[in-house]
Each structure stands twice: as structure tokens, then as C-alpha cells.
Ligand binder design. Structure first.
Ligand code: F6R
Length: 262
């Protein structure tokens, strides 16, 4: 795992956007794995600005989102489909046909999950998957006790996650109980995974994910087993890390040729 510690959420977003831009420039038909929630918003803002000001070209890019609420879809203001269009897709030149968000309105959800996995494979797999992390350590919507080998499927949300996400809805009752999410096994097949975390409410989850034992009780710990996992976190989210200074030193001494964030 590579741990990159930044001052605040804007700096986390800038680093993550630099990695994404680097990939898009070097592989114009790359496959991106995307996440919603508050954490990646600064990264999406920076990518839009790179598109507008530096010509970052999304025309060949393909994307797969991690998850969607069951019962919500393109017409709903709280769907992740809508979130992605508002925060990224409507502002860059990505081809709508290349954009994939799990179908929360599918009549046959199991089939929708199977075909989502098939579509990822057909695209050649995900090159770079961005992740947030829940206060309970979830990635995607793989809640604690999710199988570390799980594939795209329907999951029930923990009450804590529904409460965390209620800020986007009119009330807690309006937050769906069920979601479609890529599995942990699906995420682990991405060539590179980049987890972003900001704020002191993520500090315990981050400490457990980086320095705790691998366990299905903290799904993000699975990334310890990934050959190319990068965690970009702000000082608040890093505040419980025992080896904080070591991670800073490692980055400081990184050979120049390894540096992507400029
Ligand atoms: C979103 C997702 C979730 C969020 C996580 C953190 O697509 O899969 O795992 O990344 O719940 O959410 P925020 O960033 O709002 O704290």
C-alpha cells in the first residue's frame, strides 16, 4: 500500500485528479472505476477544470460506477446516476454510451448484477478504481462481514451508513435500505485502486484499514492484499495512524521517476 498524506480535502482531490489525468493522457481509452459521496467531489472538480483549461480528453474513456441505490435511477435527484452527471459527466466530453452505473431500477436485479460484471470484463477490466471509505470501513457498499471475494450484488445497508448518507436525502426514512454494489472481489481485480479519505470521522476506519488485520469486519482492509493500492488521505483522516511519520518520509524520499503527483 502506498500512503499519501495531504493537508486537506482539496489537496487530496488534486493528487487523485493528477493520477486520473496521467492515466487518461497515457491511455485515452482507459476504464475508470468511479465513486460517489462527498470525498471525491474535489477530484471531480479538478478533472473538470483540467478538461476545460488543459484539454483533458474524455472522449475515449469508459467508466463503471461502484454502486447505486435499489429503486433509484436516472430520474431521481438522489440516484448515483444523477450524482455522477451533476459532478462529472455533464461537464466533460465523455460519451454517454461509455458510462455505466448499476441499474437500480432493473426488474431482474440478479441478472443486472451479472451483466454489470460481464460488461466490466468485456471492457478489459478497470484500470483505476477510486474508492471512498465508510465510517464503518465499507468500500463500495460492501458493509462489514461482506465476503472479501464478493461480486456485484444486492446488499442491505447498515443503519449507521443510512444515517451517514441521510444528509443527501429529505429524511432518514427516504434513504433506501438496499443497494447494488460491485463486490470486494470485483474491486480487487482493478489494476490499481485509489482510496480517498478526508475528515476526522474517517480516522478510525483509516487506521484499521492500513494498520489493522485483514478482516471482513473492515472491508477496506482487503486492499492490503492488492498489488497496487494507493491511499490518499488528509491529516485529519491520518490522525490515528501509528506510522504516520514513516509514510510521510517514504513519500518524501520517493525517486523522482516514481512521482506522478505534480
Ligand atoms: C460511494 C461509495 C461509498 C462511499 C463512502 C464514503 O459510491 O461507494 O463507499 O465512498 O460511503 O462516502 P463519503 O465520501 O460521502 O464520506
Amino acid at each position: 500500500m502506498e500512503i499519501l498524506i495531504r493537508t486537506d480535502s482539496a489537496a487530496v482531490g488534486a493528487t487523485a485528479a493528477n493520477y486520473f489525468a496521467h492515466l487518461i493522457r497515457n491511455k485515452p481509452d482507459c476504464v475508470l472505476g468511479l465513486a460517489t459521496g462527498s470525498t471525491p467531489i474535489p477530484m471531480y472538480r479538478d478533472l473538470i477544470s483540467m478538461h476545460e483549461n488543459d484539454g483533458l480528453n474524455f472522449s475515449g474513456v469508459r467508466s463503471f460506477n461502484l454502486d447505486e441505490y435499489v429503486g433509484l435511477g436516472p430520474g431521481d435527484e438522489n440516484s448515483y446516476w444523477t450524482f455522477m452527471h451533476e459532478h462529472l459527466f455533464d461537464h466533460v466530453n465523455i460519451d454517454e454510451d461509455n458510462v455505466h452505473v448499476p441499474d437500480g431500477l432493473a426488474e431482474d436485479s440478479n441478472e443486472a448484477c451479472r451483466s454489470y460484471e460481464a460488461d466490466i470484463n468485456l471492457a478489459g477490466g478497470i484500470d483505476l478504481q477510486v474508492l471512498g471509505v465508510g465510517t464503518d470501513g465499507h468500500i463500495g457498499f460492501n458493509e462489514p462481514t461482506s465476503s472479501l471475494a464478493s461480486r456485484t450484488r444486492i446488499k442491505s445497508l447498515l443503519e449507521r451508513t443510512r444515517q451517514d448518507n441521510a444528509r443527501f436525502f429529505s429524511s432518514l426514512d427516504a434513504v433506501p435500505h438496499h443497494v447494488i454494489t460491485m463486490g470486494i472481489g470485483t474491486v480487487m481485480e482493478s489494476k490499481c485502486v485509489m482510496l480517498l479519505a478526508t475528515g476526522d470521522n474517517k480516522a478510525d476506519a483509516i487506521a484499521a484499514s492500513i494498520e489493522g488485520p485483514i478482516t471482513a469486519m473492515v472491508p477496506a482492509t482487503a486492499l492490503q492484499d492488492h498489488p497496487y493500492a494507493i491511499l490518499v488521505i488528509d491529516e485529519a483522516a491520518a490522525s490515528e495512524l501509528k506510522l504516520h511519520d514513516y509514510y510521510v518520509e517514504v513519500e518524501h524520499n520517493k525517486p523522482r521517476w516514481q512521482v506522478i503527483d505534480r
